[in-house]
Design a protein around this ligand. Structure first.
Ligand code: SF4
Length: 510
């Protein structure tokens, strides 16, 4: 356990993720604060109140003095600097460039100390945010050259050449994909179907086992149709660019339910400018020929069939109650039904897996040749069963994520896939990232729109988090639906009213 003591300015939220990147297996305690399992806004934090710290990090962030001390066992390192002359007067103000500058400086000093003490070099340097490409894209839009952006990532964030190049490559791709889509006059729609055939070990979504919740499906669809009808009236002046139906697993719906849902969407929204309609057909054990035909006939342009791994032992361990054969059959059936844009999701760092297992998975994927491949790095979230049962799976913890990621990078490069979107999450194995690779022209546009927070995305269904984008600014406001299916059904009018209220107040700025 690490104890962090901060005197002066409150940079706890900025410091914590960087410290965690160096010590992923340690919990963190902030000295002088009540330890609890709930973090700010109920987010994940990892305190274990009973533990005794064996590492101490102390930061003095005073206007006239800056000092960091790190102590572990016999080893103690300290750095002190008087930089009152250098410190701009506005560094205390939230959201100002000066505050960002100070934070980045603090990160670099902390990074230098922790890297020196541990010998660990982080490929992303001090970049701990979710969307590292956002900055690269902003700089491309300001007409900065590749070299200037690379220099900025290196000096400001100590980011490795490899990750910097990846970021720029993705940002260039995003720039092309977003060309002509103005935030002011466009929007997208997300629709969630929160049912799954079984619940995976690592799942942190609000997903419900179909077996137990079957009776809720029809009432859920009734409520959802009501919300879809309302959503169709929200932006008569804007162009609908993409629709994404995810979950859960939308293909847990029967073929008839799926057809009714897709038709409801078609009769509600104007498809004139629609560029993409994705449906996640995630779990092969939910896919049938009838459903694939419905998706094709109703005009869905992109589907996703997600193996996560092609190792049977892994599928069994993570609670996906299907075989690798079923994955292959579902994929070939989808091709037979005319689906010409199929994504497959993989997860690296899955419990019990080695780099050799991932290479084996890639060999199987190569036989299917999906149009895009999304490679996720396992991130254990607080809500996941894997987190609660961590002790039980400790021995099986995967430790070769870097090698796995590099196998995926080599495979995609050799086979004509290009990286087109990228994001990071907290607690990712080896501090890596999630990357979407696609054959040219087969990218998932919605993924880019949501990652770059490019325009408003109306999110419908339980757990939906609508992101209202204030056109021409970086401001984004969320309006959330309740997570529980039961509450969603009972309180659908309130969910609609929440969005209506927001649009009534801020519609002119969107
Ligand atoms: S398929 Fe996805 S949403 Fe469903 S239980 Fe597994 S991880 Fe969760």
């Amino acid at each position: 356990m690490i104890e962090i003591k901060i005197t002066g300015e409150d940079y706890e939220q900025d410091i914590r993720p960087l410290v965690k990147s160096f010590f992923p297996e340690d919990s963190i305690r902030i000295a002088g604060k009540e330890t609890s399992r709930e973090g700010k806004k109920g987010k994940d934090i990892e305190e274990e109140p009973e533990e005794t710290p064996d590492k101490f990090l102390s930061l003095e962030l005073l206007p006239e003095q800056f000092s960091i001390t790190f102590q572990t066992g016999e080893q103690t390192c300290t750095e002190t600097e008087d930089f009152s002359e250098l410190l701009p007067g506005t560094y205390r103000n939230e959201g100002t460039p000066d505050r960002r500058m100070y934070r980045n400086y603090l990160h670099r000093r902390l990074y230098g100390m922790l890297s020196g003490a541990t010998g660990v070099v982080l490929p992303w340097g001090t970049l701990t945010g979710i969307r590292p490409t956002k900055q690269a894209l902003e700089r491309l839009e300001q007409k900065e050259s590749r070299e200037q952006i690379a220099e900025y990532f290196k000096t400001e964030y100590l980011c490795s050449e490899e990750k910097t190049e990846l970021c720029i490559q993705v940002a260039e791709k995003e720039q092309k994909l977003l060309y002509g889509i103005e935030d002011k006059d466009s929007y997208s729609v997300y629709i969630g179907i929160p049912f799954c055939p079984s619940i995976c070990l690592y799942c942190s979504f609000s997903s419900y086992s179909l077996k137990q919740y079957e009776a809720y499906v029809e009432p859920y669809l009734d409520a959802l149709f009501k919300e879809i009808e309302y959503a169709g009236t929200c932006f008569p002046e804007k162009k609908l660019i993409s629709i994404y139906i995810g979950g859960g697993t939308p293909t847990t719906l029967s073929a008839d339910q799926l057809r009714r849902l897709l038709r409801k969407v078609k009769e509600t929204f104007d498809f004139t400018y629609l560029r993409e309609w994705t449906v996640e057909a995630g779990r092969p054990d939910s896919i049938t020929r009838d459903k694939l035909v419905v998706l094709k006939e109703e005009g869905v342009t992109r589907i996703s069939i997600n193996p996560q791994s092609m190792q049977q032992k892994t599928l069994d361990l993570i609670g996906r109650k299907h075989t690798t054969e079923q994955i292959k059959e579902a994929f070939l059936l989808a091709r037979e039904c005319g689906h010409d844009n199929i994504n497959m999701d993989l997860i690296i760092g899955l419990t019990g897996e080695t780099a050799e297992d991932v290479r084996g998975t890639l060999t199987e994927i190569d036989r299917l040749k999906p149009d895009s491949l999304t490679v996720h790095t396992l991130a254990v979230k607080r809500a996941a069963r894997l987190n609660a049962e961590m002790e039980r799976y400790k021995e099986l913890r995967s430790r070769e994520a870097v090698e796995m990621m590099s196998a995926c990078q080599n495979y995609t490069k050799k086979n004509g896939y290009e990286p087109y979107y990228l994001y990071r999450q907290k607690n990712m194995a080896e501090n890596l990232e999630n990357i979407g690779y696609a054959k040219p022209g087969k990218e998932g546009l919605y993924n880019v729109l949501i990652m770059e927070e490019h325009h408003t995305i109306l999110a419908l269904g339980s757990g939906g988090s609508t992101k209202f984008n204030f056109a021409g600014t970086n401001r984004l406001e969320r309006v959330e639906n309740v997570k529980s299916v039961k509450d969603y059904i009972e309180r659908i009018d309130e969910m609609i009213e929440r969005k209506r209220d927001f649009i009534r107040s801020y519609g002119e700025f969107l």
